[in-house]
Design a protein around this ligand. Structure first.
Ligand SMILES: [Zn+2]
Length: 307
């Protein structure tokens, strides 16, 4: 099983997570920019974070055999903080970078006028930069939030096939299925969707335009939920090809619209080829290259390799 997790916040995850993800078949991820829990107090804090998303984190992921890409945006929650909004002026210089495959995550948290403005402006930026968009839907007032989200997307003029509407569930999937946007589902340990509910949705709506992610972050979450969903699909009678469509080919097709996706020929097989060093494979552990450095730092956290 080869897996592309299209929404995961690796900044908040450990080296052990990378090793387990690799062993479960994860070969590529997209990390959308989001809220860190601790409120940011200045634009500089975003700048350092964005730099890490295009610099250190892809370097770290590569040490564990995983291709890392990111989406850049002002997240919906911090769109309400006047100390953060100026970051919108910094976005254009990030949206032209190689590892940036989308604008995101944007959308609504509390559906305030400030969120309206940041959302609309970032949809414009996506059109200007010819990038797809990853849209977060609110956890509260989910139905009205999703309706309003789809209205704003329609008004922006961005083609719906360039947009993924994420964090869907049984009550919102129908709205998005009719819109022409891609449908994202975050599979969590104990809230929102679980693997069995996801299988039921796939039975009803099919695998077309459906992406499954772990949305793992600093909260209670599990970076292996994508793999568990693949297993639940197989147990329910879906084929290996169906699983590959949902967990690999659909996210590849969506983010390839950026023209910047690099999943490499070496991981084109069905989960049986290794990443860094060409060894490992599903169930194996990819060898870490401890001597590699990024801006002078290695994953050995400052220890200098013997020369
Ligand atoms: Zn997220």
């Amino acid at each position: 099983m080869r897996i592309f997790d299209p929404h995961i916040h690796m900044t908040s995850r450990t080296t052990g997570d990378y090793e387990q993800m690799y062993a479960a078949g994860v070969r590529a991820v997209v990390e959308p920019a989001f809220w860190l829990g601790q409120p940011r107090t200045s634009v500089g804090s975003f700048v350092d974070y964005f730099d890490a998303l295009i610099g250190w984190e892809p370097f770290r992921a590569a040490q564990f055999g995983i291709r890392h890409h990111c989406a850049i945006a002002l997240n919906p929650k911090e769109a309400n903080d006047p100390r953060c909004v100026e970051v919108l002026d910094e976005l254009p210089r990030y949206l032209v970078k190689d590892g940036v495959v989308a604008v995101g995550e944007v959308g609504y948290d509390s559906m305030t006028p400030e969120e309206d403005e940041a959302f609309a402006r970032q949809l414009e930026l996506a059109v200007e930069h010819d990038l797809p968009v990853l849209v977060h839907t609110p956890h509260r007032d989910k139905i009205s939030g999703t309706r309003r989200t789809l209205d704003v997307i329609r008004e922006s003029g961005i083609p719906p096939y360039r947009v993924i509407v994420d964090h869907l569930n049984e009550v919102t999937v129908g709205l998005v299925a009719d819109s022409g946007c891609w449908m994202g589902f975050s599979i969590y340990p104990d809230t929102k969707m679980d693997p069995d509910r996801m299988v039921a949705i796939l039975r009803e709506y099919g695998t077309r335009s459906v992406l499954v992610n772990s949305a793992a972050d600093w909260g209670r979450s599990d970076p292996l939920r994508t793999h568990r969903t693949g297993q639940a699909m197989l147990a329910a009678g879906f084929t290996d090809d169906d699983v590959d469509t949902v967990l690999w080919r659909n996210p590849v097709a969506f983010f390839a619209q950026s023209g910047r996706l690099d999943v490499g020929d070496d991981i084109g097989g069905t989960g049986d080829v290794g990443g860094v060093g060409g060894v490992g494979g599903v169930g194996g552990v990819v060898p870490v290259e401890p001597t590699a450095t990024f801006a002078g730092n290695s994953v050995l956290r400052g220890t200098r390799p013997e020369s």
